[in-house]
Design a protein around this ligand. Structure first.
Ligand code: PRP
Length: 212
């Protein structure tokens, strides 16, 4: 039984009328589409790790919703660990400045690692993370991302599984935020530009409305 407060019927006619969805222009990926995609990914990952216990790495904070649902759908035994990474705004992103705020607690040498990302945008964060982890001699590293932006100028980084490719618009929900809000939407939606342009915005206007 679907116990969500956001029924698909409501999503079919537009963005749910709920306080936490204010500022969302339209639903891009519904809750049930996310659920189905995660189910498919989980089955594939079960096959891939049939004989191993992978260390599944959640990239905080955005990937928390995806990670939580994905691991529950997987049938193989696994371990979880968490990393927090900060990438700087678009004015400095081209310089590749990425900083680790929280490192893994587990040793990774000789282990099979699965990086779980909510979104790959410029690809910078993921490229940094892959380089960083490879230096610690894991057995292998795979990447699963719920969303990948369709961006011709993105770094061609390794992503083994992608749930959805989305247009280069500002997306929020299901872990993805704007100014810290919207992460608890159960769907992914497109943010109305008026939110970050400050036209009667109910949310704080950030200096840099880039996705990350
Ligand atoms: C987001 C997202 C990815 C990264 C992708 O994290 O979770 O880690 O940006 O962007 P990129 O491909 O352009 O590097 P963010 O730094 O916004 O932190 P958050 O997860 O805490 O929201």
């Amino acid at each position: 039984m679907d116990t969500s407060i956001f029924s698909d019927d409501l999503q079919a006619i537009g963005v749910p009328d709920h306080k936490k969805a204010r500022g969302v222009a339209r639903v891009l990926i519904s809750e049930s589409e996310i659920r189905d995609a995660i189910h498919t990914m989980a089955r594939e990952l079960d096959e891939e790790y049939a004989d191993d216990v992978p260390l599944v790495i959640c990239v905080l904070r955005g990937a928390i919703a995806f990670m939580s649902d994905l691991v529950k759908q997987m049938s193989v035994p696994l371990e979880m660990d968490f990393m927090a990474i900060s990438s700087y705004g678009s004015s400095t992103r081209s310089s590749g400045v990425v900083r680790i705020l929280k490192d893994l607690d587990e040793e990774v040498e000789g282990r099979r690692l699965l990086i779980v990302e909510d979104i790959v945008d410029s690809g910078l964060t993921l490229q940094y993370l892959l380089d960083y982890l490879e230096r610690r001699n894991p057995r292998d590293v795979r990447v699963v991302a719920l969303v990948k932006k369709d961006k011709p100028d993105a770094i061609p980084v390794q992503v083994d599984r992608v749930g959805f490719t989305v247009p280069d618009e500002f997306v929020v929900g299901y872990g993805l935020d704007y100014g810290g809000e919207y992460r608890n939407l159960p769907f992914i939606g497109v943010l109305d530009p008026s939110v970050y342009n400050g036209e009667g915005a109910q949310h704080p206007q950030l200096e840099d409305p880039s996705q990350t």
